[in-house]
Design a protein around this ligand. Structure first.
Ligand code: EPZ
Length: 419
């Protein structure tokens, strides 16, 4: 089992290049199945989740070739509609095959994803959406089976108890592109990754209005074409490097990051006392000496993202005083807190609130990552802890961060991967 070893105390300086967005690439890859010709995707991050999605596409009969941050998807052989348990269990985004298979074949069979470390992760909204488009859905033997002789446009309200759903919006958008007539999705997710999917589909010939808003209006189309498309930069990777610069009181240019996707993060960093300059090349982050505690409320976009919750908590560990972090999206996304406390942090949890008493000394320790963003946050804490932090279970990290240890090391961090 590989581990990441970090020795704290280095001040990060220099430029880091941000990879393409994992969470935008996954739906875009699935959407490429809907074209009548191949698509050529660029700025693709080289990550395990992307390889898993390529495997899902191959299982469905299409070709998917990943080569040096580019991905060629030929949907000519797309004629199967089953996403097997072995793949869905390793990556929940395999559920996107539900929308794509329904759109192209009128039938989809996808293993039920089940919960994970951050929460129960139901798919009721995905199913409600496709049912309203006319699909009959049954659940048997751990599989969702959806069938529609004809998909018909409908007006669908898609929010759940925690607000809009990224995944449900993706599935309904995919299915609705092939439905007869007009589909209106009310309370659609407006996260940048969903907007990227919509932009990609529109480039393929779809007719989707309302990109970036909570109301998407989709006119079904008989034919979409494959296109060349470059995926947006990863805002969570960018935010993670912003936190690395701030936590070490360094000076880092996060190159190619899109500031428009990070408004809430930039605003919170500035409130804390971090200098954030938006330049033509990207986002430049300079640490300061007088950080102030903050109240961070996690909300759907354009609010502060849940995928940056653990990382800002690592930053708040270095800020004297009491900060509060409230997680409203995932019911169990504080697992990193227990590991941070083992490093000397003082964080208490009361239901969805975490109170961070920052400014104390952190000491390196062996720690266990519970999910992707928790892994990154433990590395961040390790950057300022005394001695060695040994992050274990880094397979989570490899799902979503491309060469994070190489990128941090280039900025001056004392970090290495251990076999
Ligand atoms: C996406 O997950 C991201 N994953 C997550 O990033 C991210 O944390 C999440 O959106 C929120 O921004 C990918 O893009 C691959 P949701 P998704 O459906 O689509 C509830 C990472 O670290 N809900 O928007 O699964 C759900 O339980 C990952 O990269 C229902 O109630 O999230 C949650 O409370 C982790 N019923 C909320 O909605 C449903 O049918 C938001 O979930 C679906 C969701």
């Amino acid at each position: 089992m590989q581990k990441i070893s970090v020795r704290g105390g280095k001040v990060l300086k220099g430029t880091v290049e941000i990879s393409g967005s994992k969470n935008a690439t996954l739906p875009v890859m699935t959407a490429a199945l809907l074209g009548e010709s191949p698509s050529h995707l660029k700025n693709i991050p080289y990550l395990n989740d992307i390889k898993t999605m390529a495997e899902v596409l191959r299982k469905l009969g299409s070709k998917a070739v990943l080569d040096d941050h580019e991905l060629k998807i030929d949907p000519a052989g797309f004629n199967k509609f089953e996403a097997p348990y072995d793949l869905v269990k390793t990556m929940r985004a395999s559920i996107y095959s539900l929308g794509a298979c329904l759109a192209r074949m009128g039938e989809a069979k996808v293993s039920l994803p089940g919960g994970c470390a951050i929460g129960a992760r139901p798919i009721d909204l995905h199913l409600k959406g496709v049912e309203q488009l006319g699909a009959k859905v049954t659940i048997e033997h751990g599989f969702v089976h959806a069938k529609a002789s004809k998909l018909k446009g409908a007006t669908i309200y898609l929010a759940g108890p925690h607000g809009p759903s990224v995944g449900a919006t993706v599935n309904v958008v995919l299915a609705a592109t092939a439905a007869e007539g007009t589909t209106v999705i009310e309370s659609a997710s407006s996260e940048p990754e969903v907007n990227d999917l919509v932009n990609f589909l529109n480039k393929m010939g779809a007719s989707i209005e309302g990109v970036g808003t909570s109301k998407l209006v989709i006119e079904g189309k008989k034919k979409l074409n494959g296109v060349e498309y470059s995926v947006i930069p990863d805002r969570v990777e960018a935010g993670t490097f912003m936190a690395a610069a701030a936590i070490t009181k360094g000076d880092v240019l996060v190159k190619d990051a899109n500031p428009g996707h990070l408004t809430a993060v930039i605003d919170k960093f500035r409130q804390i006392g971090v200098t954030v300059d938006v330049t033509k090349e990207g986002i430049r982050v300079k640490g300061g000496d007088n950080y102030k505690p903050a109240d961070v409320m996690i909300l759907p976009y354009p609010g502060f993202p849940t995928d940056m919750q653990a990382q800002i908590m690592a930053l708040l560990l270095t800020v004297p005083g009491n900060s509060i972090v409230t997680e409203t999206i995932w019911e169990n996304r504080f697992m990193h807190v227990f590991e941070m406390n083992r490093m000397g942090a003082d964080i208490t949890i009361d239901r969805s609130h975490a109170v961070v008493k920052g400014g104390g000394k952190l000491s390196g320790a062996p720690v266990m990552a519970s999910d992707l963003r928790a892994s990154a946050a433990l590395i961040l804490a390790g950057l300022v802890a005394e001695g060695e932090t040994l992050v274990q279970r880094i397979y989570h990290l490899d799902r979503g961060y491309e060469k994070i240890e190489e990128k941090l090391s280039k900025l001056g961090a004392d970090i290495k991967r251990i076999n």
